[in-house]
Ligand binder design. Structure first.
Ligand SMILES: Cc1ncc(COP(=O)(O)O)c(C=O)c1O
Length: 440
């Protein structure tokens, strides 16, 4: 089937799987098996030495997970993908495969808090240095490059403030310097935006979010565009130099453009073990079947809510590029015609009212997730981004009064009534008429 010419909605449902075998199941079977029997000794030896492709043990590959990997690659326009247990593992493994000892990364200063923890704490413990830059000006990326830089990392739509970047301009800087660009496309989703179309080399996802779409499972994905030139063994010894682990071969000579993903799978997934289960892969595949539909509905709800909150006197600022005054309004129009996903944030005039608002909404659950069918709210400074320093929070644009919402698939009138009802109580408290003024 001509998968590469399909539109998103078709790819979401059909890519990577056709019913087969004696029962021809319509949905992808869950291969609930830790190991796979080898037909004979010779095949076992070939599979273990990675000379032949196939399934040995579900830590490094499973038939259900493999359909998800094929579908994710098709959706993002990559040559292949690797699934991981969580989005956090996808970010970590995607970067570990680029690092060889105490290398350097340049990263956006507007990232999910868990990613910041990974970079500033865990990676720092292993000698990796990171320069955080304001991602919106490509010159900042160019200025931060050192001889040891082995990757750029950014979010296509940032969490939580929904800032955007001119990705093509940043990937041009990276390409000129021989540096791969890793883009976390979790908030946007490939239904709205494909970073590879703008020059990204590697795309990562928390599949926990909109891909799975129902808040029921964790998962991560790494998609490789297959276009980055890893051929210099001095810069990329883990890929281009001969390795004892691969019987004296280099991954590049063995696997060509698939070498990066082979490193991620055969070394990092194998050695560290952050493996996605077949059951979770199945749930994510089911979620992906409705991705475009859900992204469109969430985007419509987001626009309704943004308009309602932007007009509310308790709100100091709504962070969403659909608003004409937003710094990324033109960019959103040009590069994100299908919207930026289900997340947006807003600042209260009175930060001390945050607990009251989150405790009084009923439909918006106080839960640290995004991309669920249900609407969710968090207070980033105290929750998802709580380990950022004051300076990091300020650089990310997060204030004490910032609330992030993940807009679900409920009716937008109900969502508006819920959120504005909680906010009305604030303005009524400050401007409520006195007994004298109403004559009682
Ligand atoms: C943009 C982004 N990337 C990565 C992650 C980590 O994903 P997970 O929670 O699946 O480990 C998150 C989680 O919130 C996220 O928002």
């Amino acid at each position: 089937m001509a998968t590469s010419t399909w539109q998103n909605a078709t790819t979401e449902i059909h890519s990577g799987y056709s019913p087969a075998g004696p029962h021809r199941p319509m949905t992808v079977p869950i291969y609930n098996s830790a190991a796979f029997e080898f037909p004979d000794y010779a095949t076992a030896a070939e599979l273990f030495s990675l000379k032949k492709a196939g399934f040995t043990y579900s830590r490094t590959g499973n038939p259900t997970v493999s359909v998800l990997e094929a579908r994710a690659a098709a959706l993002e326009g990559g040559i292949g993908a690797l699934a991981t247990a969580t989005g956090q593992a996808a970010v970590a493994v995607s970067l570990l495969a680029l690092l060889q000892g105490p290398n350097h990364l340049v990263a956006s200063n507007k990232l999910y808090g868990g990613t910041v923890d990974l970079l500033t704490d865990t990676f720092a413990d292993f000698g990796v240095t990171v320069t955080f830059v304001d991602p919106e000006d490509p010159a900042n990326w160019a200025a931060a490059i050192t001889a040891k830089t082995r990757g750029f990392l950014l979010e296509s739509v940032s969490n939580p403030l929904v800032t955007l970047v001119d990705l093509r301009a940043i990937t041009d800087v990276a390409r000129a310097a021989g540096i791969p660009v890793v883009v976390d496309n979790t908030l946007a989703t490939p239904a709205a935006y494909r970073p590879i179309d703008f020059g990204a080399d590697i795309v990562v996802h928390s599949a926990t979010k909109a891909l799975a779409g129902h808040g029921s499972v964790l998962g991560g994905l790494i998609v490789d565009a297959g276009t980055f030139d890893f051929s210099d063994p001095a810069r990329w010894p883990q890929i281009a130099a001969p390795k004892a682990r691969y019987y004296g071969d280099s991954l590049l000579e063995r696997y060509g453009p698939n070498a990066y993903l082979m490193l991620a799978r055969s070394k990092f997934l194998h050695d560290l073990g952050p493996t996605l289960t077949a059951a979770s892969a199945s749930a994510i595949l089911t979620g992906i079947e409705t991705l475009s539909l859900r992204v469109a509905k969430a985007q419509a709800n987001v626009l309704d809510l943004v308009a309602a909150l932007d007009a509310h006197p308790a709100v100091a600022r709504v962070h969403h590029p659909s608003l004409p005054g937003h710094q990324d309004h033109e960019l959103a129009h040009r590069d994100f015609p299908a919207g930026t996903g289900c997340v947006f944030s807003f600042d209260l005039h009175d930060a001390s009212a945050v607990p009251q608002v989150v405790d009084s909404v009923e439909l918006f659950a106080l839960a640290a997730n995004i991309g669920d069918a249900r609407s969710l709210i968090v207070h980033p400074a105290a929750m998802t981004h709580c380990r950022l320093s004051d300076a990091q929070l300020a650089a990310a644009g997060i204030s004490a009064g910032t609330l992030r919402v993940s807009v679900g698939l409920e009716d937008s009138a109900d969502l508006i009534a819920d959120l504005t009802g909680a906010l009305d109580a604030l303005t009524q408290e400050t401007t409520s008429p006195t007994r004298e003024s109403v004559g009682v």
